[in-house]
Design a protein around this ligand. Structure first.
Ligand code: AMP
Length: 281
C-alpha cells in the first residue's frame, strides 16, 4: 500500500496509474473504520483495477464543534484494517485540503432542506466541497458511498451530475451489527447499554415499514414510529421521515410504485445516530 499525504504525491501516483490504463475505484472516509467501510472497499475491489481510499476528518462538514472534537480517530488501526483491501490511502493534513478556507458555496435545493440538511446547516456544503476536491485529486472511475448516509448519496449524485464529474457513484447497502444497529464510527462513543438501546433504532424502522405496508398510510406509520421512539428511555428522536428514496420528496404512492425510504435521526448518550431502510427499490 502507498500512503500519499500531499496533493503532489497523490497526483503523481494517480497519473502513473491512469497512464497504464488502470481503472480507479475510490472510497472516501473519515476513518475510525468498521465493517461498513470495509464493504465499500470490497465493492470497489470487485469493479476496479486500483482501489484508493482516503481518511480525512473534514472540519467544514461539522456543524457541531464538539462532534468534530470528539470524532473517533485511529489511523494506525485503520491502516491495519485496510491491509490487502486498498492499494493507495490518501492521508491529507488539513493544510493540504484547505490551504485556506473555501468561500465557494454549493447548494442542493430540496435535497438540503429536509432531514440532515435542515438539522445540520452547512453540512452538505462541507461534504460537497471536500468530495469535489478529493475527486479532482483521485480522478476515480467510480466512487463508493454507503446507503447509511442516503441523503449524502443523493447530494453527491446531484453534484456529480450538475458539475459533470466523469465518474459513477455507487451506493452500497447498510452493514449492521447482529443486533440490527447500523455500524457507525460514532457507535464507539456509546456505552454497552447505549449500544443495546441504539439497536432499537433499526427495530423502529422495521416496525414502521411493516405498518406502512399493511396500512398504506405514511402519516400513520410515521406516528407509530414517533410513539415507539418516544417510549425508549434515554433516546431523543430528532426526526423520522418517510420519503421517496430517490428525490427525498414526500411520496405520491406507498404501495410499491416508487422507492420509499424510512429515515431516522436520534440522540443517545450525546451521540447523534442516523439510520434508514429502503422499500420497493
Ligand atoms: P464516514 O467515514 O462516516 O464519512 O463514512 C464513509 C463512508 O462509509 C460513507 O459513504 C458512509 O455512508 C459509509 N458507511 C458508514 N457506515 C456504513 C455502514 N454501516 N454500512 C455501509 N456503509 C457505511
Amino acid at each position: 500500500m502507498e500512503f500519499p499525504k500531499t496533493k503532489e504525491e497523490i497526483t503523481k501516483i494517480i497519473r502513473e496509474a491512469k497512464n497504464s490504463g488502470k481503472t480507479i475505484g475510490f472510497v472516501p472516509t473519515m476513518g475510525a473504520l468498521h465493517k461498513g467501510h470495509l464493504s465499500l472497499f470490497e465493492n470497489a475491489r470487485k469493479d476496479n483495477d486500483i482501489v484508493v481510499g482516503s481518511i480525512f476528518v473534514n472540519p467544514i462538514q461539522f456543524n457541531d464543534p464538539s462532534d468534530y472534537r470528539l470524532y473517533p480517530r485511529n489511523v494506525a488501526r485503520d491502516l491495519d484494517l485496510l491491509s490487502g483491501k486498498a492499494d493507495i490511502i490518501f492521508l491529507p493534513e488539513e493544510s493540504v485540503m484547505y490551504p485556506d478556507r473555501p468561500t465557494t458555496t454549493l447548494s442542493f435545493g430540496h435535497l438540503e432542506t429536509v432531514m440532515e440538511g435542515s438539522h445540520r446547516p452547512g453540512h452538505f456544503n462541507g461534504v460537497a466541497i471536500v468530495v469535489s476536491k478529493l475527486f479532482h485529486f483521485v480522478q476515480p472511475d467510480a466512487a463508493y458511498f454507503g446507503q447509511k448516509d442516503l441523503q449524502q448519496v443523493r447530494v453527491i449524485e446531484r453534484l456529480v451530475h450538475d458539475l459533470s464529474f466523469p465518474l459513477s457513484v455507487r451506493m452500497c447497502p447498510v452493514i449492521r451489527e447482529a443486533s440490527g444497529l447500523a455500524m457507525s464510527s460514532r457507535n464507539m462513543r456509546l456505552s454497552p447499554e447505549g449500544r443495546e438501546t441504539a439497536s432499537k433504532i433499526y427495530r423502529g424502522l422495521i416496525l414502521s415499514s411493516e405498518r406502512l405496508k399493511l396500512s398504506g398510510d405514511a402519516s400513520e406509520a410515521r406516528k407509530q414510529a414517533e410513539n415507539y421512539y418516544g417510549n425508549i428511555q434515554g433516546l431523543k428522536l430528532e426526526y423520522f421521515e418517510i420519503v421517496n428514496a430517490e428525490t427525498l420528496m414526500p411520496p405520491q404512492d406507498v404501495h410499491g410504485k416508487e422507492p420509499i425510504a424510512l429515515c431516522v435521526a436520534a440522540w443517545l448518550e450525546n451521540v447523534r445516530l442516523i439510520d434508514n431502510i429502503i422499500l420497493f427499490s
